[in-house]
Ligand binder design. Structure first.
Ligand code: 13P
Length: 249
C-alpha cells in the first residue's frame, strides 16, 4: 500500500510571537511545493498564531499535549475540543518528555489518544525506549507494551486514525540518530504488532521516526519501507532545515 509521508515539527517549549511569524511564514511558503504532508506542533499559546498564518495553506498545525478529560475542574489542562476550536488537525501524545518529566503512564497516554480521536484530532502517539532499555535488549518489549496500551484502549479502528511516532529516547536532542536499519526494525515491529489486530489498518498506518532527524539523514531514514515520515524537534525551529527534511519525505 502506498502511504503518504508526513513531516511534523515539534517545537517543544520554544518560540515567541515575533520569531514564530517569520518561521511560520517561511514554512507556509516553502511547503507549498513539497509532496509530503507538513505540520507543526506549537506551544498552546501560539495555536491562534499558527491558525492565522497557516490557514488556507497545506501546512497543518497542532498541539504537543492534550487532557484525557473532556472538560471540568482540571486547572492548567487543555481539552481536545479546545484544540479543535483552534483549527488543530494533530496533537502529540505520550512524548517521552511527558512520560519522563510528567510521569505519564502507558494508560494515561492511551486515554489521551482516545480523547483526541473522540474530538476528531489525529493523535501522534509517541513510543520509544531509553538507552538503558536498548542496552538491556528490551526495546521490542518496551515499544510493544507502549503500543499495546493504546491498542487495547482504541482498537484497530482508532489506530486507523492515529499516527505513531517511534522516538528512541537516546536519539532525542542528542545528535545521535538511530541508523536507518535500527529504526526500520522497530517500525516493522510496530506495524506487525498492529497487524495482529488488523492487517489492513497496519498496512495503512503512518509511522514516523523522531530523534535527531536532520537534512543530512532524513532521506535515508524516510526511504526505509516502514518509515513514513518524521517528527522533528530541533531542526523544525529552522525553516530551511525543516523544509529540506520535508522535501526529502
Ligand atoms: P530532535 O529532533 O531535537 O532530536 O527531537 C525529536 C523529538 O523529540 C520530536 O518530538
Amino acid at each position: 500500500m502506498m502511504r503518504s509521508k508526513l513531516v511534523a515539527g515539534n517545537w517543544k517549549m520554544h518560540g515567541s510571537l515575533a520569531g514564530n511569524l517569520s518561521l511560520l511564514t517561511a514554512v507556509r511558503q516553502g511547503a507549498s511545493d513539497v509532496g509530503a504532508e507538513v505540520a507543526v506542533c506549537v506551544p498552546f499559546p501560539y495555536l491562534e498564531q499558527a491558525r492565522s498564518v497557516l490557514s488556507g495553506s497545506k501546512v497543518g498545525w497542532g498541539a504537543q499535549d492534550v487532557s484525557q478529560h473532556a472538560q471540568g475542574a482540571y486547572t492548567g489542562e487543555v481539552s481536545a475540543a479546545m484544540l479543535v476550536d483552534f483549527g488543530c488537525r494533530y496533537v502529540i501524545v505520550g512524548h517521552s518528555e511527558r512520560r519522563s518529566y510528567h510521569g505519564e503512564s502507558d494508560e494515561l497516554v492511551a486515554a489521551k489518544t482516545e480523547a483526541a480521536l473522540a474530538a476528531g484530532l489525529t493523535p501522534i502517539v509517541c513510543v520509544g525506549e531509553t538507552l538503558e532499555e536498548r542496552e538491556a535488549n528490551v526495546t521490542d518489549a518496551v515499544v510493544t507494551r507502549q503500543l499495546d496500551a493504546v491498542l487495547a484502549r482504541v482498537g484497530a479502528v482508532g489506530m486507523a486514525r492515529a499516527v505513531i511516532a517511534y522516538e528512541p529516547v537516546w536519539a532525542i536532542g542528542t545528535g545521535r540518530t538511530a541508523t536507518p536499519l535500527q529504526a526500520q526494525e522497530v517500525h516493522a515491529l510496530i506495524r506487525a504488532r498492529i497487524a495482529q489486530s488488523d492487517a489492513t489498518v497496519a498496512a495503512g498506518v503512518c509511522i514516523l521516526y523522531g530523534g535527531s532527524m536532520k537534512p543530512n539523514n532524513a532521506a535515508e531514514l524516510m526511504s526505509q519501507p516502514d518509515i513514513d515520515g518524521g517528527l522533528i524537534g530541533g531542526a523544525s525551529l529552522l525553516a530551511a532545515d525543516f523544509l529540506a527534511i520535508a522535501a526529502a519525505g
